[in-house]
Design a protein. Structure first.
Lengths: 181, 273
């Protein structure tokens, strides 16, 4: 936002306004910089959303290993992802149990009390689950360093796709240099 | 003479040091035996199984597994720990506890990978097991998307893939439909026929005769009340009633409604009260 104004990005004024006696001038280069920044953020977020929606989370986690993210970090991340669903289910059931025993709308003070108790219950359950899951890991031979089956290999079609993406990116960068806005 | 796998001598355990869960358990488990542990809720069945799998250790008394005392010191030795974990598999009561990996396949291969089995061996066992369990289609799915029966089968597969000598199961048939119960029992019987030891805790008296040669009954004093042949236990109505394993409720026989203690078996006992 500050990039819009003349103080940060000087240039031809587009719009000016006064706030408590101070003049705020929006400049043409400021608008261009701001728009470029917003579009870049929107594009990046769109790509991330597209990636998450179009790729299995197991593959995304494996890709993290390809980029040499420590295995323990990937394991913790995958377990978090796995157990979030269990906790969501637990919260849903707790909410339904409260709803089935409530008459009319809850007073906000009572609601706050119920919310606090639910959070405490969830914390206790997650703590208990944490211990049990660790026992289950120990029981199957876990000794501190998780081992995984690395079967993630690039196929010819993946190589072709990678080549296409590289060419596409190369073309965009080239066009970016020769076509001036 | 059969090798003794587990020997428990006067085992006591209390949660947080003040809530007794087991009070003086003596027990011996031989290789190839089928054992069931039955008892009402809160009699210490799950605690006993956790002790057998060395996830917790007794406060008093001792447990020997394969001739070595099970305590923190022995489990801290990498060599014994690997030896013990590769020989004893534990199937938890709640399959959500056991299935922590992002996909079913990764969950099944987790155990043998930690135990250092060759990847080729793991792959061939995985193929064989998934085929036997009929779970080939589930391999790439995340465990939280499975039904309870599917989760239970995956949990059992994730233990059997390491081919342990002893399989410990905590209420493996709880909350399952009859067809899945049947499939799990068949898998366990087949596994026992290979000379493996099966230790199961259950409330389900329907399955006891099939999954056990010896039944240990835990009572409210958190002790072993008796160890019997399943047939003798099922015929001892007084003992079952005393231990909350049978109940009384009115029901209909042809046109006659009456109440008497009975098991929910196909051919239940008729001892009128």
């Amino acid at each position: 936002m500050p990039a819009l104004f003349a103080n940060i990005t000087p240039g031809e004024p587009v719009f000016a306004l006064k706030v408590f006696g101070a003049s705020l001038i929006i400049t043409r280069p400021g608008v261009l910089t701001f728009s470029l920044f917003v579009l870049r953020v929107a594009t990046s977020v769109s790509f991330v959303v597209l990636l998450v929606l179009a790729t299995r989370h197991t593959h995304l986690l494996k890709v993290l290993r390809v980029f040499k993210v420590p295995l323990i970090f990937v394991t913790v991340l995958s377990m978090c992802y796995r157990y979030i669903y269990l906790f969501v289910e637990l919260i849903e059931n707790t909410y339904l149990a409260i709803k089935s025993r409530s008459i009319g709308r809850l007073h906000y003070k009572k609601g706050q009390k119920v919310a606090v108790l639910s959070i405490a219950n969830l914390w206790q359950r997650s703590f208990q689950l944490n211990e049990e899951v660790y026992s289950a890991m120990l029981s199957r031979g876990y000794s501190g360093e998780p081992l995984v089956m690395d079967e993630f290999k690039a196929r010819p079609s993946d190589c072709l796709w990678l080549l296409f993406v590289l060419l596409f990116c190369g073309c965009i960068i080239y066009l970016n240099y020769i076509v001036k806005v | 003479m059969q090798e003794t796998i587990f020997a428990l001598d006067n085992v006591h355990y209390a949660y947080l040091g003040k809530f007794p869960a087991l009070c003086g358990i003596d027990m011996q488990v031989k290789r190839g035996e089928k054992i069931a542990i039955v008892g009402a809720n809160g009699t210490g069945k799950s605690t006993l199984l956790h002790l057998l799998d060395a996830l917790i250790f007794p406060d008093k008394g001792n447990i020997k597994a394969f001739g070595t005392e099970l305590d923190e010191a022995s489990l801290n030795k990498e060599e014994f720990c690997k030896y013990f974990r590769s020989r004893v598999g534990f199937i938890f009561q709640n399959p959500d506890v056991q299935l922590f990996s992002p996909s079913v396949k990764e969950d099944i291969v987790f155990g043998p990978l930690q135990l250092g089995l060759e990847k080729e061996v793991i792959k061939s066992r995985l193929e064989e097991l998934t085929c036997a369990f009929g779970i080939e289609d589930l391999l790439e799915r995340p465990p939280h998307r499975l039904s309870t029966g599917e989760k239970r089968k995956v949990a059992i597969a994730s233990v059997l893939i390491s081919e342990p000598q002893v399989v410990i199961l905590d209420e493996p048939t709880a909350g399952l439909d009859p067809a899945t119960v049947r499939q799990i029992i068949d898998i366990l019987i087949e596994y026992n026929e290979k000379g493996k030891t099966i230790i199961t805790s259950t409330h389900d008296l329907h399955i006891v005769e099939e999954i056990a040669d010896t039944v240990y009954l835990l009572n409210k004093e958190k002790k072993i009340a008796c160890s019997l042949h399943p047939h003798d236990l099922l015929n001892n109505v007084d003992l079952l009633r005393e231990n909350n394993l049978i109940h009384i409720h009115p029901h209909k026989h042809k046109d006659k409604i009456h109440a008497h203690p009975h098991l929910h078996l196909g051919d239940h006992h008729h001892e009128e009260i």
